[in-house]
Write a protein that binds this ligand. Structure first.
Ligand code: NAP
Ligand code: 3JN
Length: 347
């Protein structure tokens, strides 16, 4: 532990994730002796405030990482591919929020409540999983550890903040336009770089990220592949359907699982989740208590409710899992990894 504090860089500091990253770093009180806030050329020169002090944004270039110990990246995959190796070359440990390195066998993909030990095998880069994957595996790990896991079928209900600051603005602008009977032109969602864009306000869009040739989207394949890697279960059956909703922040998921054990009860699963780190059990149907995004925004935990035994499949259970996608799904999980690196003396 460096008592003077760590030299930290945040790449993508003006983005939806980057802003949450700075707020989380502020709240956690991680000792910081130097903070570099990095962006593209567009935002260079603008100011951000951190712990009451103004910092000037700089364009991220290889030299930005001289002397940096921990670099938190959330500026897209191409920026990570170009600059993360440069940061590592200069002695930094990179915690990368993009999919650039997640499936690289040399790069640990970490949710501290599930596989913190994997951090020890890092070679400079540690990947932060996709937001939808993180909240699901955090909820499933205590159940897997107690009863084994055979199959997972998930449908997501994802907030627009997962697609960045521009998507948040698009939802708000469209909602205003529709309520005022004004015309509008979708330009960002479901995928900015695609030809077709669809209305998100007062709508539901069953596409997150581009389609792969197998009919699944990249977001769905991230959930499938990352879940197997984080849980060290290449044989696990996973299927995913990822859907965008007109919610600003907070991803929800309906998750169906089949466990190895034949005789578990809802009460036993309640007990497991009540005692699990990072999980808040919110499950009291008789009092209409269940997790909803509006109640989870700004909180670091993963909230689980609506736990039911399947009516036909003895080892089948249904869960409803909600979390703040910018916090546990991105910034908080990344800062947690930084805290783990320090705790495990890996810096
Ligand atoms: P965003 O709101 O659009 O912000 C993008 C950020 O990247 C801005 O700070 C932008 O700076 C910066 N940037 C863009 N091009 C850059 C460049 N060439 N060099 C340096 N900085 C550059 O997007 P976001 O929602 O924060 O997401 C950013 C990335 O984080 C995503 O692309 C994704 O890879 C990752 N992400 C991960 C998760 C997850 O599931 N864990 C969730 C969401 C996002 P300017 O102000 O200069 O434009
Ligand atoms: O859309 C969401 O709710 C989550 C999006 C995450 C995301 C957005 C753009 C690029 C990612 C990601 O982290 O998986 C990426 C990426 O592939 O880096």
């Amino acid at each position: 532990m460096d008592t003077k504090g760590y030299r930290i860089a945040v790449v993508g500091a003006t983005g939806a994730v980057g802003k949450a990253m700075l707020k989380t770093l502020e709240e956690r009180n991680l000792p910081i002796s130097e903070l570099k806030v990095l962006s593209s050329k567009r935002s260079a020169g603008k100011k951000v405030t951190f712990k009451g002090k103004e910092y000037t944004l700089e364009e991220a270039v290889p030299e930005s990482f001289e002397g940096i110990q921990i670099a938190l990246f959330s500026a897209g995959g191409s920026v990570s591919k170009e600059l993360a190796p440069e940061a590592v070359k200069r002695g930094a440990v990179v915690i990368d929020n993009t999919s650039a390195f997640r499936m690289d066998p040399e790069v640990p993909l970490v949710v501290p409540e599930v596989n913190e030990e994997d951090i020890k095998k890092h070679n400079g880069i540690i990947a932060n999983p996709n937001c939808s994957t993180i909240q699901m595996v955090a909820a499933l790990e205590p159940i897997r550890a107690a009863y084994g896991l055979k199959k997972v079928v998930v449908s997501t209900y994802q907030a627009v903040s997962g697609a960045g600051a521009a998507a948040i603005n698009e939802l708000k602008d469209q909602a205003r336009a529709i309520l005022n009977d004004e015309p509008f032109k979708p330009e960002i969602l479901p995928v900015k770089s695609e030809e077709k864009h669809y209305q998100i306000a007062f709508n539901v869009v069953p596409q997150i990220d581009k389609f792969e040739e197998n009919g699944y989207t990249f977001e769905e394949m991230k959930m499938i592949n990352e879940t197997k890697k984080i849980m060290h279960m290449p044989e696990l059956h996973v299927a995913a359907t990822c859907v965008r909703l007109p919610v600003v922040t907070g991803h929800s998921e309906s998750v169906y699982i089949e466990i190895e054990k034949e005789t578990a009860s809802v009460k036993e699963i309640h007990q497991l989740l009540e005692n699990a780190p990072g999980i808040t059990l919110t499950d009291d149907p008789s009092n209409q208590v269940y997790p909803m995004p509006a109640d989870c925004v700004g909180k670091n935990d993963v909230f689980v409710g609506r736990i039911r035994k399947d009516l036909d499949q003895e080892n089948g259970f249904h869960l409803w899992v909600v979390s703040d996608n910018l916090l546990k799904g991105a910034a908080w999980n990344s800062v947690q990894i930084a805290e783990s690196i320090i705790k495990l003396d890996l810096i």
